[in-house]
Design a protein around this ligand. Sequence first.
Ligand code: HEC
Length: 106
Amino acid sequence: MSVMKVKLAAFIFVLAPLAGQVPQLQAQESQKLLNMCIACHGVDGSNRYSSIPNLKGQNAAYMVEQLKQFKSGQRPDKTMSKVAKLLTEEQMQQMANYFYTGKEQH
Ligand code: HEC
């Protein structure tokens, strides 16, 4: 967790002066959403709950597809349907890349 925070801080520090406020705010928003995913799925996408799937190393295209289906209701789930509604398609891609590689992908 702390390594990730440091990386994110470094990212914001490097990018903000170059590109102004908007990417910084977007990165903060994505980070907030990602923290929520991590609370359930684990910091690298692996977790020890019997009811929550591991995402670590999962095919990113598959994860984006599942998130779209949760959002549209095609794949219903009490939790994930609500969560996926908060995400834009770009953010779905970011989260999927994050859990696929275990690295920041903003
Ligand atoms: C409150 C706990 C919780 C949170 C928060 C949460 N998830 Fe989930 N997630 C679940 C559960 C439970 C499932 C299994 C749903 C099912 O059985 O269909 C799941 C399923 C998934 C799947 C499908 C996995 C598969 O193998 O098909 C993906 C992808 C996913 N979550 C991504 C995310 C992302 C990205 C976020 C953050 C934006 C997130 N989740 C936030 C609990 C959570």
